[in-house]
Design a binder for this molecule. Structure first.
Ligand code: F6P
Length: 254
């Protein structure tokens, strides 16, 4: 039977919810890799849905990446007092794509407040331990534990590893362990096993379960295996923002 693209997307979302039992799915048309306009459509949809969830006193943990950076272009001012907290200190990304910058942009867009995490990732053991004891760092870590929402992107493992200029050893380790995806510093394989973790102060995987919602975003066929693997670790309170290409892949995969 004939189906409009909107019907098709609603149907895909319904079938995905049945199959994966996550909180919700939002799907845009097409393949975001093919079209820069679609690359904006996903962050826009995420901004709109986040906007509806905000309440007075809401604390939102914010990850980095180029998709997340665009959420700030679409968030509108809110009347409620909201606080954006960087989930990470920075994972070797370009400054505009780091969680600190994005939290600040989101706060400006929404008319809220933000915190800065003065703690770079992947520092040596000693520096890491001293940073963790810094009161301003502890405050942000605590806010990440208690935040109501998390918003984050999902990346393809090797794209992320190269973007972060990881060492030759880390690269071989990721190859050996067949990493396919990455989210907030955790690299995982197709079975959803964590195969490597960036040593970082900030949001940890175990912090996710208690959140009211985790809004995760990824578009483009180049990320389909990454998202497929992420589905194996995604907490039940995840709201996923994807394109039709990924949605179809998730339905077709085991
Ligand atoms: O580096 C931060 C991060 O959120 C990663 O955890 C994720 O894999 C990536 O950004 C996604 O980036 P992009 O939206 O640019 O693909």
């Amino acid at each position: 039977p004939f189906m409009t693209t909107l019907d098709r997307r609603t149907d895909l979302a319904r079938r995905l919810k049945e199959k994966y039992a996550l909180q919700d799915f939002f799907i845009i048309r097409g393949d975001a890799d093919d079209n820069p306009e679609l690359q904006q459509a996903l962050p826009k949809l995420m901004a709109e849905e986040l906007q509806k969830m905000l309440f007075d006193g809401a604390v939102i943990s914010v990850a980095g990446g180029s998709t997340m950076a665009n959420v700030g272009n679409h968030l509108k001012p809110v009347n409620e007092h909201v606080l954006f907290v960087p989930a990470r200190g920075g994972l070797g990304e370009e400054i505009g794509n780091q969680a600190n910058s994005i939290a600040s942009r989101l706060a400006t867009a929404a008319g809220g407040e933000h915190k800065v995490l003065h703690a770079p990732d992947n520092v040596g053991e000693n520096v890491f331990e001293s940073l963790k004891a810094e009161p301003s760092v502890m405050e942000v870590a605590e806010l990440n534990r208690k935040s109501h929402y998390v918003i984050h992107g999902i990346g393809e493992a090797f794209t992320m590893a190269h973007r972060r200029n990881v060492s030759r050893e880390t690269l071989s380790e990721l190859e050996e362990k067949e990493a396919v995806g990455e989210a907030f510093g955790y690299y995982f394989n197709a079975c959803g096993d964590i195969v490597s973790k960036v040593r970082t102060i900030g949001l940890q995987l175990e912090d996710l379960e208690s959140k009211q919602a985790i809004l995760a975003v990824a578009g483009g066929s180049s990320k389909k295996e990454a998202v497929g693997a992420y589905m194996k670790i995604a907490p039940k309170n995840t709201v996923l923002f994807i394109d039709e290409t990924i949605a179809q892949f998730l339905l077709d995969s085991k």
